[in-house]
Unconditional design. Structure first.
Length: 86
C-alpha cells in the first residue's frame, strides 16, 4: 500500500471543501491507496507546467493533484475543482 504525505497547500485546500466532498475524498483516497490503477479514479499524468505530476478524480469536478516521491510514496499537492487546481 502507498504511503502519503500532504503538502501545506493541500491542507489549506482541504479545509475549504464542503463536508460531503471531504467524505467522498476519504473513500476515493482509500481506493487510490489500495489500487491507484482503479479505473473509477480516472488517474492520469499531467502535461505542460504540471508535467511530472498526476491527477485523480474525487467527483466529476473535484480533482487531487499529486506526485510520486518514490515507488511506494506520494505527496498530495492540491485538491479542488478543475479550475482551482489547473
Amino acid at each position: 500500500m502507498l504511503k502519503a504525505d500532504y503538502h501545506r497547500d493541500f491542507k489549506k485546500d482541504f479545509k475549504k471543501l464542503h463536508p460531503q466532498e471531504k467524505e467522498r475524498f476519504q473513500k476515493k483516497f482509500l481506493t487510490f491507496l489500495q489500487n491507484p490503477q482503479n479505473p473509477e479514479l480516472r488517474d492520469h499524468a499531467l502535461k505542460g507546467l504540471l508535467r511530472g505530476k498526476r491527477s485523480f478524480s474525487i467527483t466529476g469536478d473535484v480533482r487531487v493533484i499529486y506526485r510520486y516521491l518514490d515507488k511506494n510514496s506520494i505527496i498530495l499537492l492540491r485538491i479542488g475543482t478543475h479550475n482551482q487546481v489547473y
